[in-house]
Design a binder for this molecule. Structure first.
Ligand code: NAP
Length: 266
């Protein structure tokens, strides 16, 4: 039951109605027996900074931040974790009891944990990240940080070059135009394969790990093709759950109930 003592967490974004975060976090609060509730707040583009500044006034304990507010949220926080500062992007805000807003970026660590769940340690491996948006940047930084050899390719060469300039240790590669590529690990960080899109971003090979950040559908065309050719596929649901779990733990100080979150995410 929601009472005056119930703690509030939220996701801000625009659009945000499709978000799975309320289902994932409310399932987690229930499984952990916490008197918390999580809602989705549609915050108009350009209003993200003000929304984050207002969190202590409203008594909101923590939020997730999604498109298009991640950079505004980073500017609005009082303190940034090293991951968030390096990316100038925040997907989690923790509001301390004294009102301090701490901004974090859990995408990179969530991604690494999803690989670890499948027994993959990327250290020392060659990784090709396809796409040069926010997720690609967070993942490339996390992979470099754990000792992988990272190249990024994007349909606009300039976008890949900008990412490589921004993240030390990342190289540029040519956009594969759906041919196969030589890296040991390939990561799709574009929306290709989402929803009804039957396109393949790349042709997987049997000797590769193939990671798709897209999680809707759970079995994307890339994941299905990876299975068919005998490659080792990792879908995007694990990253979705782990980055949410990291937010949950930062807000509540309680270990995240991963199974309940995974079930809700599906
Ligand atoms: P983003 O910032 O919008 O970046 C998207 C990237 O994909 C850009 O480089 C974009 O290129 C490229 N792209 C878009 N459509 C393309 C196409 N048809 N062909 C080739 N490249 C294309 O998005 P994001 O936040 O990085 O997210 C990327 C994907 O990862 C999304 O599908 C998102 O749902 C998924 N994701 C999953 C998780 C998870 O937890 N599993 C977390 C974050 C993101 P242009 O710049 O040229 O448009």
């Amino acid at each position: 039951m929601i009472t005056g003592a119930t703690k509030l967490a939220a996701v801000i974004g625009s659009p945000v109605r499709h978000s799975r975060s309320p289902a994932i976090h409310n399932a987690a609060f229930a499984a952990a027996g916490l008197d918390w509730v999580y809602v989705a707040l549609d915050v108009a583009p350009g209003a993200g900074y003000d929304a984050v500044r207002a969190l202590p006034t409203l008594g909101i304990a923590g939020i997730n931040v999604t498109m298009p507010h991640k950079a505004d949220a980073a500017r609005a926080c009082d303190v940034l974790t090293p991951a968030a500062a390096g990316l100038a992007s925040v997907n989690t805000v923790i509001v301390h009891p004294d009102g301090t807003r701490v901004g974090d970026s859990t995408d990179g660590e969530g991604f690494l944990r999803s690989l670890s769940d499948e027994g993959l340690d990327p250290c020392g491996h060659s990784v090709l990240v396809l796409g040069a948006g926010g997720a690609a940047r967070a993942i490339a930084a996390a992979l470099v940080g754990c000792g992988a050899h990272v190249a990024v390719a994007a349909r606009r060469d300039r976008a890949a070059a900008e990412l490589a300039d921004a993240v030390a240790g990342v190289e540029c590669a040519l956009w594969p135009s759906s041919g196969s590529v030589g890296a040991e690990i390939v990561v799709n960080a574009t929306p290709i394969g989402m929803g009804d899109d039957a396109n393949l971003v790349v042709e997987p090979r049997a000797d590769q790990w193939v990671v798709d950040l897209v999680y809707h559908p759970v079995e994307t065309p890339l994941i299905a093709r990876a299975q068919t050719v005998g490659a080792r596929p990792i879908g995007g649901l694990g990253m979705l759950v782990h980055q949410a779990a990291l937010s949950f733990e930062a807000w509540t100080g309680v270990a995240a109930p991963l199974d309940a979150m995974r079930t809700a995410a599906q």
